[in-house]
Write a protein that binds this ligand. Structure first.
Ligand code: LMR
Length: 331
């Protein structure tokens, strides 16, 4: 029988799905959980969004930022966006692997030499189209944010790929990253970001890859004595909203939010290199780990070992996307 309680449950569900939760003052609440520390590129971007929303839309909109995985991990955040429990997320592009194969392009090792090359790709028509790639699945990309280039860290020096053989590497949830580690003769292990420090400390994993800002803010340098400055891969984020929710926002608010997002995106992407360089220097200053600079020949060996990964995934990613990357462009 359809009872009052059922009706109430249904109403709650509809309210949740509509994602129209407001605060006690009737303001729209945008919850933005993420997993990194506040001082990282994403952490600073989220805080800047919050501050500009307060400054410009404070009587109508409030953003609540939950850093360091304190509200939920990224897998849960991806699900909760669909349910309207949270309104904005920015997982790394790698973490959308189970939703689309196209973002795998961002994980291909040594495809992008630096953030400038990534930026050119993201701003290209193909890169801009990818922002909407998941909108029919409930995820509308509103911006790309850079973190930076990834470095390898482990218990012993890794000058060449064979030095990594047999080690157990933590990776994000990405099949390309899995193939990359296998190509080095090492063992990949998909693991949530929040578990990495402890896994390194207890020896559950030997090694991992991440940017300087994540290595510093998560204190990985305390439990892993050697880094290789490989710059072998890109770590960046897709800032995502629920497309239905976004469309239902009052138009003037949506436009104001889009302007704020564009402004903050420019800041995040302009500052990310400096932040990572600062954190690299802090890691060195802490004196607990060494940073190995691979020679030109060593880098060529890393590239050669990983190159088969491109061939393995290019087909799924698609020729149009590959053609817009530095490997496909002739200019
Ligand atoms: C990771 O899991 O290593 C990264 O995605 C964390 C982050 O959001 O930078």
């Amino acid at each position: 029988m359809f009872s009052f309680r059922h009706a109430l449950t249904l109403l709650t569900l509809v309210w949740l799905l509509a994602g129209c939760g407001g605060d006690g003052d009737g303001r729209i609440v945008l919850k933005f959980p993420h997993v990194v520390a506040p001082g990282t590129p994403k952490g600073q971007g989220a805080e800047r969004l919050r501050a500009l929303i307060e400054e410009r839309l404070g009587d109508r909109v409030v953003m609540e930022v939950y850093p360091s995985g304190q509200l939920m991990n990224e897998d849960d955040a991806i699900e909760m966006l669909a349910f309207g429990e949270v309104q904005m997320i920015a997982p790394s592009l790698s973490k959308f692997d189970r939703l689309t194969r196209k973002f795998q392009v961002f994980d291909l090792p040594f495809l992008f030499a630096d953030l400038e090359e990534v930026e050119t790709f993201q701003q290209s028509p193909v890169g801009q189209e990818l922002l909407g790639e998941l909108s029919h699945k409930g995820f509308l990309g509103v911006a790309y944010w850079h973190n930076g280039m990834k470095q390898f860290g482990g218990p012993r020096p890794m000058r060449r790929p064979e030095d990594a053989a047999g080690m157990k590497f933590r990776i994000m949830e990405s099949d390309v990253l899995e193939a990359q580690i296998l190509a080095m003769g090492a063992n990949p292990q998909k693991m949530a970001f929040s578990e990495v420090y402890q896994a390194l400390q207890t020896g559950a994993i030997d090694a991992q890859e991440n940017t300087w800002s994540n290595n510093y803010s998560q204190k990985f340098f305390e439990v892993q004595p050697f880094y290789t400055e490989s710059n072998h891969g890109y770590l960046g984020y897709l800032v995502v909203v629920n497309p239905g929710y976004w469309k239902r926002l009052p138009e003037d608010i949506r436009e104001a939010l889009e302007a704020i997002i564009a402004e903050v995106t420019a800041e995040v992407n302009a500052n990310s290199t400096t932040l990572n360089a600062q954190d690299r220097a802090r890691i060195l200053a802490a004196g607990k780990s060494q940073i190995i600079q691979p020679s030109v020949e060593d880098l060529a060996a890393w590239r050669a070992a990983m190159r088969p990964v491109w061939e393995a995934f290019a087909g799924e990613i698609g020729p149009e996307i590959m053609a817009a990357t530095p490997a496909g462009r002739s200019d």
